[in-house]
Design a protein around this ligand. Structure first.
Ligand code: ATP
Length: 334
């Protein structure tokens, strides 16, 4: 149920597990988020109480799952993982609630996709650790309050805007994860190369970081490819020229954009004359799921100012034309 980046398969996801930082001290970047979490951790340890409910949002692959697993390691508590789409009915979520032990963590990925009925069902859980269960039907129906152990819900979403106000309000901490800067990502690449028992020069790590769209999960996938390339074509040691050749072969361009990113910009510029165009029209033209377009492709293009969002839709910026080597449109005479 974990959303996969388009470039990755199952094996990369397993590799991600191996490369995940285990403690808060091992987490690179996202400093202010990590600092707030360490305060929450310390308070919870000192009081002997569960962590507050925490909501993480941000584009895929930036470390939402990593933070949840780090918190569980730091506290030494049980962690159970599920996701919004897997919790179709109230009865799907019930075992997670009644089996939760004191202080444990329940991680719900893609929490914006919880059905309304399940969402409302967990409100009293988040507020005062009880569920209301209706027994019987019709006039003989009665509601009983089932008390639960005190535990923590950690929600993750790529779309915090889609979360209902009441659900959002029930999370005590809201942490937004941003794209990583190149230095932080290069540090992650170097650490992970080490974990994979591969040697990489600092300039090669930096090149890989620069071309990974600010996303650790993508940096890991690209590192794995570059490592294979270095083994097949050279002596396994990753130097700058090897990193460059391997990424070029994968059609990752100088800005880290892959074929799909470029196709997005080409469609917007060549089919929709640079926009404004609605996301639905773009997704349909590219034959791509709208969620993939808005959650995976667009955030980084927005961040790099290759596109802007306007009330009438997406528009390509001059930087996008330049990146694709296309002539910029001459602005219309007033
Ligand atoms: P999704 O939203 O799709 O679940 P995610 O945001 O939870 O994605 P993770 O699976 O947590 O992303 O991160 C992917 C991988 O990136 C991790 O296995 C880890 O190797 C690396 N990573 C992520 N964040 C960090 C970090 N802050 N420091 C070091 N490595 C990181």
């Amino acid at each position: 149920t974990k959303p996969q980046h388009r470039e990755e398969g199952r094996s990369v996801d397993q590799m991600d597990e191996k490369l995940r930082p285990q403690t808060l001290a091992e987490v690179v970047g996202q400093r202010s988020v990590a600092e707030r979490l360490s305060i929450a951790l310390e308070a919870s340890k000192k009081r002997g109480e569960p962590l507050p409910h925490i909501l993480f949002d941000g584009p895929p692959g930036l470390g939402k799952t990593t933070f949840a697993t780090v918190l569980h390691n730091e506290l030494g508590v049980e962690l159970n993982m599920t996701s919004g789409p897997a919790l179709d009915k109230k009865m799907d979520v019930m075992p997670y609630l009644t089996n939760a032990v004191e202080g444990s963590i329940l991680f719900i990925d893609e929490i914006h996709r919880l059905p309304k009925t399940v969402e409302e069902f967990i409100y009293p859980v988040m507020e005062d650790f009880r569920v209301d269960v209706v027994l019987g039907e019709g006039i003989s129906a009665r509601t009983i309050n089932l008390p639960l152990k005190k535990f923590t819900i950690i929600g993750a979403t790529t779309r915090s805007g889609m979360l209902s106000g009441p659900l959002r309000d029930r999370f005590h901490m809201h942490e937004h994860l941003e794209f990583y800067d190149i230095d932080d990502l290069a540090r992650i690449v170097a650490i992970n190369a080490d974990k994979l028992r591969t040697t990489i020069t600092p300039d090669a790590a930096w090149e890989l970081a620069r071309r990974s769209r600010g996303t650790p999960r993508l940096a890991n996938a690209r590192l794995r490819w570059v490592r294979d390339y270095a083994t097949a074509r050279a002596d396994g040691h990753i130097v700058l020229s090897i990193a460059r050749d391997a990424l070029d072969m994968q059609e990752v361009d100088s800005e880290g954009m892959d074929k799909q990113d470029r196709r997005y910009l080409e469609t917007l510029i060549q089919v929709f004359r640079g926009g404004p165009s609605g996301a639905e029209a773009l997704a349909a033209t590219m034959n791509l799921a709208i969620d993939t377009l808005t959650d995976e492709v667009e955030p980084y293009l927005l961040r790099r100012h290759f596109i802007v969002r306007t009330p009438r839709g997406r528009r390509a910026t001059p930087a996008a034309y330049r990146h694709l080597g296309l002539p910029e449109p001459v602005s219309e005479a007033p």
